[in-house]
Design a binder for this molecule. Structure first.
Ligand code: THU
Length: 141
């Protein structure tokens, strides 16, 4: 799977964004170990904290389907109705959700049309609190 293909999926996912409050539309495409891709968009709420980010929508959709093996996520965000102008990095809560289900080498692709920046989860969440801190050796990560 090429990064470009995953980025295309994120841009498609972004079209479903429900963002009447911020007008900031985000799309994410999550690649699983078996090649399956799950799309997610941000879903806002009149009670703002109830908003769900695009990344978590993709993760929770995949997890609810039984997926547990994740390879990479592509993320694209910006003003709704326009092409993203800047890179959109995942928020802290989304990074923690990634940490729960992914290892250090999980790939995070930030995308805007024609350009991408590639990181690992370790790059974006160093020295993290993880399942191992609570569960010890029983933890997968
Ligand atoms: N948002 C995401 O979906 N993902 C991110 O990584 C950053 C922020 C959403 C939440 C909210 O709907 C809008 O962007 C503005 O914060």
């Amino acid at each position: 799977m090429e990064n470009k293909e995953l980025v295309r999926e994120a841009l498609e996912a972004r079209k479903q964004s429900y963002c009447p409050y911020s007008s900031f539309a985000v799309g994410a495409a999550l690649l699983c170990g078996d090649g399956t891709i799950f799309r997610g968009c941000n879903i806002e709420n009149a009670a703002y904290p109830a908003t769900n980010c695009a990344e978590r929508t993709a993760f929770f959709t995949a997890i609810a389907k039984g997926e547990r093996d994740f390879v990479a996520v592509a993320i694209a965000g910006g003003k709704a109705g326009e092409e993203p102008e800047d890179f959109c990095a995942p928020c802290g809560v989304c990074r923690l959700v990634m940490r729960e289900f992914c290892g250090d080498a999980f790939v995070i692709i930030l995308a805007k049309p024609g350009e991408e920046k590639v990181y690992t989860l370790k790059d974006l969440l160093p020295q993290s609190f993880s399942p191992r801190d609570v569960l010890g050796e029983k933890a997968k990560r």
